[in-house]
Design a binder for this molecule. Structure first.
Ligand code: GTP
Ligand code: MG
Length: 468
């Protein structure tokens, strides 16, 4: 997406779309949402915010496909209509579009209709018009006059209904009025509540009305669909990485009760979880092209869990290279070998334990510290299940909100309670498997290639990802 001043680009081969309408209906907002950029133009809840025509280009795979032109809002439709009718009466031989041309070229600088002339000029240079409507307003005479003037340009018009959230009755009335105007190809596109489907339908409508650009628009639709899917999957993967990162995190706790060290360990855990969530938030905002000011997230409540490695859990026995049913494993499970080691673990002793339990030395080496700690009665401090649940549910809600946030939205996204969201099936099992594998905390080739890890990752991504 690029933003330029109008007329500096050779726009002949590109589709030119003028976004027009009464003032303050959300024209600039629509363009921001279509560009997925909060940077385009100025948006304000006031009439006459956009004063000049501004251009932006939308590309597919780095190839420009269309130009969007933001235009100043039409303010004095009645005066404009009267002016044009007067011109028409004077030059009866001219076609309606030629009358508009005459109006746009002859208007003097500082004329009260100068703003309107800028709009009409852009309308005449464009291939198609998006007429933005604030459906909360009744179908007043000024809108009828605007539509009358715009249809004179002989350009295809797509009325775009904005502010539709919670205004279904008003929307139905607008549809009736426009049908009476012979305008049926309307579109619901709320610029604040984004829906990828609505955007797709917008391009499809343009496709049917401007057939000469059918192929390039199809390329754009396909490219946008692919990108949208990638964005959503990237978001879900980033959250999965956070859950894994926090679930695998642990601090070993002192064997003998020591309040000072315990509270230091707790602080470290809290800071770790909060920083990890902040980092994830930052990345999610970057993925969806929003900024920190778009979201307010409350500090996550972190509670500590005390957790002991269950070296006899089936998954872990397997990770140690043990056959659960083997005599050696049974012996180990009965504690036969372990009791022998309480006095401390030399390399040889550890090796002996590994051998006794039937594990290879290399796998034993990987988990040696934990076995040693377990044998000595040490515990690990980690984020408990409630913390992980909150983390997951909040992030799931945040992802959903970002996926449905238009880039024109001004209200801050609030992420606090996420009661509406559900945990994935087998949540406890997934978390327990992650905890048993602290080495998965950071991405690595070994981790990413591990089938058990891949299965957990896929389950978490799927549970987070909702394309609707
Ligand atoms: N709730 C809600 N607010 C919207 C929506 N679209 C636009 N707005 C708000 O409406 C106001 C006007 O939006 P703009 O995009 O500046 O409107 P405009 O048509 O470009 O206005 P002018 O340039 O002055 O003609 C802003 O406060 C937007 O935040 C919408 O779909 N829902
Ligand atoms: Mg504007």
């Amino acid at each position: 997406m690029t933003i330029r001043n109008p007329h500096r680009l050779n726009s002949h081969s590109l589709l030119n779309i003028a976004v027009v309408g009464h003032t303050n209906t959300g024209k600039t907002s629509l363009i921001r949402t279509m560009l997925r950029s909060t940077e385009f133009g100025v948006i304000e809840d006031a009439a006459g915010t956009t004063r000049h025509v501004e251009q932006a280009t939308i590309s597919a795979d780095n190839e420009p496909v269309l130009n969007l032109y933001d235009t100043p809002g039409l303010e004095d439709s009645r005066a404009l209509f009267a002016h044009i009718k007067k011109l028409q009466a004077k030059s009866r031989l001219l076609l309606p579009a030629q009358v508009l041309e005459q109006f746009a070229t002859r208007i003097a600088i500082n004329d009260p209709l100068e703003q309107e002339a800028k709009v009409i000029r852009q309308v005449l240079r464009s291939d198609i018009l998006l007429y933005v409507i604030d459906v909360r307003e009744p179908f007043l005479e000024k809108y009828r006059l605007e539509l009358d003037i715009l249809t004179q340009s002989a350009k295809p018009i797509i009325p775009v209904f904005n502010f539709i959230a919670g205004h279904q009755a008003e929307l139905a009335k607008w549809r009736q009025h426009l049908a009476a105007f012979n305008m049926h190809a309307t579109l619901e596109f709320d610029t604040v509540v984004f829906s990828f489907e609505a955007e797709k339908r917008l391009y499809q409508k343009i496709q049917t009305l401007v057939e000469s650009h059918y192929t390039s628009l199809q390329k754009l639709i396909d490219c946008r669909a692919k990108l949208w899917h990638q964005l959503c999957v990237s978001g879900a993967k980033r959250i999965t990485e956070l859950i894994v990162n926090v679930a695998c995190y642990r601090e070993s706790k002192a064997i003998h009760k020591n309040l000072i060290t315990d509270s230091l360990v707790e602080d470290r855990l809290h800071n770790f979880v909060r920083k990890a969530e902040q980092k994830c938030l930052h990345d999610l905002l970057a993925i969806f092209n929003f900024s920190e000011k778009d979201v307010a997230i409350q500090k996550i409540p972190v509670s500590n869990g005390q957790w002991q490695l269950d070296i006899f859990a089936p998954g872990i026995l397997k990770a140690y290279g043990l056959d659960v049913g083997s005599a050696a494993a049974k012996g180990a499970a009965a504690g036969a070998g372990i009791d022998l080691m309480v006095g401390g673990m030399s390399l040889g002793a550890a090796s002996a334990l590994g051998a006794l339990a039937g594990a290879g030395w290399s796998t034993f080496k990987r988990y040696g510290d934990e076995i040693k700690a377990t044998v000595k009665g040490a515990k690990w401090q980690c984020a408990d299940e409630v913390t992980l649940q909150i983390l997951y549910l909040r992030q799931k809600l945040l992802l959903k909100k970002l996926m449905h946030r238009g880039h024109a939205a001004q209200e801050t996204v609030q992420v606090d309670k996420a009661d509406s969201e559900k945990l994935p099936d087998n949540w406890s099992k997934l978390i327990s498997a992650l905890r048993q594998n602290p080495a998965w905390q950071e991405p690595s080739i070994i981790r990413n290639g591990n089938p058990q890890y891949q299965e957990i990752e896929t389950k978490l991504v799927e549970s987070l990802f909702d394309e609707s």
